[in-house]
Ligand binder design. Structure first.
Ligand code: FES
Length: 434
């Protein structure tokens, strides 16, 4: 509507325009400039243990299928038949010998090659060149610590470069044990009537919504009653606009590793460097977002809610389906080598807190939906949104990890970093290079 994109985000002034939310034109630009170019989360290798296993996902609004081939490789394709465009894999997940289109029966191998078409003898010789009619591959697919990413952009840098020093932090959760992680069951998937950015924003390190949005959990004794008793921690901006929040626990050796199984400590010591090990040992709560829309959290739940003190690890992908709707994929991850009792306790803690019916999740969804609805108002849009908490603080040079780390648990540095990155991708030709 004539407004320059650069007018919508004022990172130094800490103001964000409401126009970026719930706007169809912005949504189309995001699909084009962010989601078609960035490395997007697609799944986890443990979802596809056997040849022929597939899962269906979206990548920048287009259906894709991830399938493990007979050679053990995981490949990703546009989930669309080369004949009339029908989706060739229509279940959320399955195991197949061939991907067979239900419309006219064209069949593709587990490697995406067209194997048979209907009535091949009725084509002129040389007309049906099957070798040119395989499924269209996702342009780049790569795996980091078991997590599968894809991009439609041939010029996107290698995944490891895209993740940059966020890998240091991801390894705290995904690379700490010999066997790595695995997902528990299928992801829980649900739709929320919200702009996806509210979800990602919340997982950049919004610790200050706990005492109001989740006030009931204070009553349940899951959080200390004084909000300022949780004011310590770090808000971290890694390279590439990836951000996270680390909240240490009490300096008490009995709390070390915060609900993670003690049996795994020798593996932590083997797989992490001393700085990573210190961060894992001392921090009870970690939340972050890999730009644009993959979030993670590791949370210790106190025993009176979930049995013994136990930690769970969850991945969240916020897939935008329109300007005002988001499909949420939520995974519980476990270290493959975790003991059985921990697996049960961790699952229970996750379901009770951050599953779709968990006591935290319900509060968040109501807020995100209302923000999306209200910010579409023409009167509301005359006034920007304030993101100015804690901006007077300087990064702490003594923080041992990579990136910039601002001290404290309450602040809006990481939110502003997220929106600054968003603006860069929306306005730059080569955002990863700038
Ligand atoms: Fe797939 Fe015709 S659309 S076989």
């Amino acid at each position: 509507d004539g407004v320059e994109l650069t007018q919508l985000i004022d990172e130094p002034g800490a103001h964000i325009s409401r126009r970026i939310y719930g706007n169809d034109e912005i949504f189309e630009l995001e699909q084009d400039r962010i989601f078609r170019r960035a490395w997007n989360f697609l799944g986890h290798v443990s979802e596809l243990p056997n040849p022929g296993d597939y899962v269906t996902r979206d990548l920048a609004g287009e259906p894709v299928v991830l399938i493990r081939g007979d050679d053990g490789e995981i490949r990703a394709f546009l989930n669309s038949c080369r004949h009339r465009g029908m989706r060739v894999c229509r279940a959320d997940r399955d195991n197949v010998s061939y991907m067979r289109c239900v419309y006219h029966g064209w069949s593709y191998s587990r490697s995406g090659d067209l194997v048979t078409a209907f009535a091949e003898e009725l084509y002129d010789p040389g007309r049906l060149r099957k070798e040119e009619l395989g499924l269209i591959p996702v342009t780049q697919v790569a795996i980091y610590r078991g997590v599968i990413f894809g991009t439609w952009d041939a010029e996107a840098p290698p995944l490891e470069e895209y993740l940059g020093d966020m890998r240091f932090y991801l390894d705290l959760f995904l690379g700490r044990t010999d066997g790595g992680t695995e997902v528990v069951g299928a992801p829980q998937v649900w739709d929320v009537s919200t702009d996806w950015k509210f979800c990602a924003d919340n997982f950049t390190g919004d610790n200050f919504h706990l005492y109001t949005a989740h006030g009931s959990v204070v009553d349940l004794g899951m959080l200390p009653p004084d909000p300022m008793s949780l004011s310590y921690g770090y808000l971290v901006r890694a390279q590439g606009g990836h951000v996270l929040h680390l909240v240490p626990g009490p300096p008490d050796p009995s709390f070390e590793y915060f609900g993670l199984p003690r049996d795994l400590v020798p593996q932590f010591e083997r797989n992490l460097d001393s700085v990573q090990l210190g961060l894992l040992k001392d921090h009870a709560w970690s939340v972050g977002t890999v730009f644009p829309n993959l979030s993670f959290m590791q949370v210790m739940v106190q025993g009176d809610i979930g049995g013994p003190n136990v930690t769970f690890l969850s991945l969240r992908a916020w897939m935008p389906t329109s300007a005002t709707t988001t499909r949420v994929f939520s995974y519980l991850l476990l270290d493959r080598d975790a003991p059985e009792q921990f697996r049960r306790d961790s699952y229970e803690a996750y379901v009770r807190t951050f599953g779709p019916s968990g006591i935290f999740e319900q509060d968040d969804m109501e807020n995100w939906e209302d923000c999306t609805r209200v910010n579409k108002g023409k009167i509301a849009q005359r006034h920007g949104l304030h993101h100015g908490m804690g901006l007077h603080l300087e990064p702490d040079p003594s923080f041992p990890g990579p990136g910039q780390a601002w001290p404290g648990s309450y602040g809006e540095r990481t939110q502003l970093s997220f929106y600054g990155e968003w603006l860069k991708w929306m306005t730059h030709e080569r955002p990863w290079a700038s």
